[in-house]
Write a protein that binds this ligand. Sequence first.
Ligand code: DQQ
Length: 530
Amino acid sequence: MNDPNAPMYYKGVYHLFYQHNPYAATFGDTIVWAHSVSYDLINWIHLNNALEPSEPFDINSCWSGSSTILEDGEKPSILYTGIDENKHQVQNLAIPKNSSDPFLREWIKHTQNPVMKAPIGVEVNNFRDPSTAWLGNDGKWRVVVGAQNGDEGKVILYHSEDFVDWKVDSIPFFATDNTGVCECPDFFPVLIDGENGMDTLSDHQDPNFIRHVLKISYLSKLHDYYFLGNYNALGDKENFVPDVKFTGTSSDLRYDYGKFYASKSFFDNAKNRRILWGWVNESDSEQDDIEKGWAGIQSIPRQIWLDKSGKRLVQWPIEEVENLHDKHVSIIKENLLSGSTLQVSGITASQVDVEVVFEIPELENAEWLDPNGVDPQILCSSNKENGPRSGKIGPFGLLALASEDLREQTSVFFQIYKTPNRYVGLMCSDQSRSSLREDLDKTTYGTFFDIDSTQKTVSLRTLIDHSIVESFGDEGRVCITSRVYPSLAIDKNAHLFVFNNGSQSIQISKLNAWSMKQAQIGYEGNIACV
Ligand code: DQQ
């Protein structure tokens, strides 16, 4: 599997469609929309494929797209990219055969497809991934589509009165130089205050309560970047103006600083929240994928909202993941002296949800760093030949999927620095010692985040599940997902540790860890535990 497509909540059921090659565990010439449904976003029922290549407008694959629920939540629809008979990318419309079926098993392709063809100034093979649509005050639908023209990446805007006849806006909704194609654009409102989500269809006009987020998956970087900004819908120019420009450097905001791509969000009106999903790809080789018979996973769904600072988004695993909590252990107020490593025993370390709050010593003691021009990913990787990094406040954090002798470990950690005018945290996920195997992608990931001068704690929550380590730092303001394939630290031989390698002592103010039960995932009528 790769991209999540058209997530939605409809008649009490959550739907996830996803890009899938039914013939091999690799990307291929025939991509379909696989379809699964769930009552809780955790346990899933696989259904038959929802969309398969069948018509001249999608005969060479059904690529990514999104859902929009029309007519007061009663009429779901899908806009998706078809690879047509000429291998051009076009946008198509599909609607359910029977919209009273809560599982929406069968989909009908509209007779007027394709409903959009690449307009002037867009390359025919770089025109894809329509977003969820929204209604303007003029009663017309809007949708954005990812595109490219030369080196310029574009997100282009379409209008329609009836959802079938679409007209392109001559002004790009958003554009970036030298980036190449913009994939999977996602555009949605966020509340300035609070964790509730907002429907993409909501009234968009009041800047006192709402900001907008435009997410773009840049293929050239294989990362999902987001921009906070203003949606200008008044007058004859309708576009999105970001607060800061895209720089192509580590200062650009990303949903996740590890493996997380082609993500998509949706508004869940059952719980009044916005939920985000991303595709997490593999770190082993294509040959391994062929041998395993599968490749690619979806992240745990994350609730997403605007941070109080207004400068970042916050992401947090949906509360339903806690239904998988099993055996629980906790550690309260325990000092971690310089150089110490403490095992978290009594849980299944290969499948665990762990949350720890570290108390930070006096910030004045932090090491000096001028972060200008410093790439945090490189900073996270430094010293790896000489064993664990050292510093003053940090590195401290977790050693996930570790072998008993620590020869294998995925280390998720923080380091705190003093800069010319503020404090910054560095969050890293270091895969360099994650496996004795050598044929793996072991890139180390990292990012800076702001530390308030009055901040006394820093938190880390990590969801560990055999080959995936999803980490939410600083209460979800910074996220890093990694894929690892240990050779020793497997099942019962996996261990979890807390460590402090800084010269200053750290205190674990509290740590809670839960073994995680298996989710129920299977085919309709045959639900099995996998
Ligand atoms: N994957 C899809 C495309 C999209 C890309 C093809 C992003 O529609 O642009 O599977 O991963």
